[in-house]
Design a protein around this ligand. Structure first.
Ligand code: NAP
Length: 329
């Protein structure tokens, strides 16, 4: 099969290579991949900074949408030909990928493979961190940093569906405008405004109950100052750095909870558990068209390098998708 590999030299450039297709074990299915999508983590993995968990494919790609073409002896719940999408530990940037059958989600009828490929990683991340980790409830206020990211565009929609009031930060007025269209109450351009001062004004000094933060670094202190009593700070990324000074008195006095969370390194049982909850609580929202994947652009798999450049330059609003199978959407 064709797959995207990384040159093991200083360039770390991407190239389309031939490699053997994976063989599904007894509890797995083989998916013919029609589309996959780029995640921020892929940029790190490409540079050798985010290796796949043990046992996962060396090929990049944390999600896929396609068709079941073979299955292991223990798989009875999915038929050959089923249209499916799934979260992966790796291996999506390829024509075929093998995954445990309990990780599969049926693609809602009205969605194409390209739209479906834009769902698993960011919507699972938003779902798990807003609700399972952050315990976000109706009527609460939420601040999402990088609101225009793949994760941000998913989180805005899920939080709104849950009845929360959503504030976002982003690096351009155009991205903010588009976040407002998705349901955010207000947005702050962190390049031209101090987000903490502006949030204090916007919330009439009340702050928010939950912050979904992928920036880390110097944002931590401002985030803690914005949290209300018993607020939850959910850290999911380190785009701004992995070191920060922390005012523990603030944490103590406001009885805050600081939560760190990663999806990829969770074990299979944990991922299957999230998949079950996602199937029950979130998939119907797609089927009923209450939420939708947000796609910035689609590149052929062979142009994965160009897709990465686009993401690395922070140009995307929502997801950058890679089309794997030709002439099919
Ligand atoms: N923990 C988990 O399980 C998990 C899972 C998935 C993703 N993540 C994390 O979630 C974040 C978003 O992922 P994604 O794939 O959705 O990203 P993405 O679509 O590539 O978007 C990332 C956006 O973050 C903003 N940004 C970049 N550097 C920044 C900085 N130093 N300060 C503030 N904003 C910055 C940029 O938008 P602006 O133009 O607005 O600056 C950029 O477009 C990443 O940090 C990723 O690692 C975590």
């Amino acid at each position: 099969m064709k797959a995207i590999l990384v040159k093991v030299d200083a360039s770390r450039s991407l190239y389309l290579a031939d490699m053997p297709a994976p063989q599904p074990g007894p509890d797995a299915v083989l998916i013919k991949v029609h589309a996959t999508a780029v995640n921020r983590a892929d940029l790190l993995q490409r540079r050798g900074l985010y290796p796949p968990p043990p046992g996962e494919s060396e090929v990049m790609g944390l999600e896929a949408a396609g068709v079941v073409v073979a299955k292991g002896a223990n798989v009875n719940d999915w038929q050959i030909g089923a249209r499916v999408m799934c979260l992966l530990g790796g291996g999506g940037y390829a024509e075929y990928v093998s995954v445990n059958h309990n990780m599969l989600l049926g693609i809602p009828e009205h969605l194409s493979f390209e739209q479906a490929a834009a769902i698993p990683e960011v919507f699972y991340t938003a779902f798990a961190n807003l609700f399972l980790e952050g315990d976000l409830k109706a009527g609460e206020s939420l601040l999402i940093h990088a609101g225009a990211s793949g994760v941000g565009t998913a989180a805005i929609q899920l939080a709104r569906q849950a009845g929360a009031k959503v504030f976002i930060t982003a690096g351009s007025d155009d991205k903010i405008r588009r976040c407002l269209e998705l349901g955010a109450e207000a947005g702050i351009n962190y390049k031209t405004d101090d987000f903490a001062a502006r949030m204090t004004e916007l919330t009439q000094q009340q702050g928010v109950e939950v912050i979904l933060d992928c920036v880390g670094g110097e944002y931590l202190h401002k985030n803690l100052s914005l949290l209300r009593l018993k607020g939850r700070h959910v850290l999911i990324g380190l785009l701004g750095g992995d070191k920060a000074e922390i005012d523990l008195a603030l944490v103590l006095r406001k009885r805050l909870r600081l939560i760190g969370s990663v999806l990829r390194s969770r074990n299979l049982a944990e991922k299957i558990n999230i998949t079950g909850l996602f199937k029950e609580k979130i998939l119907p929202l797609f089927a009923n068209r209450q939420i939708h994947p947000v796609i910035d652009s689609v590149y052929p798999l062979a142009e994965a390098g160009k897709a990465h450049e686009h993401v690395a330059a922070n140009k995307n609003f929502g997801k950058v998708v890679l089309r794997v199978a030709a002439n099919e959407s």
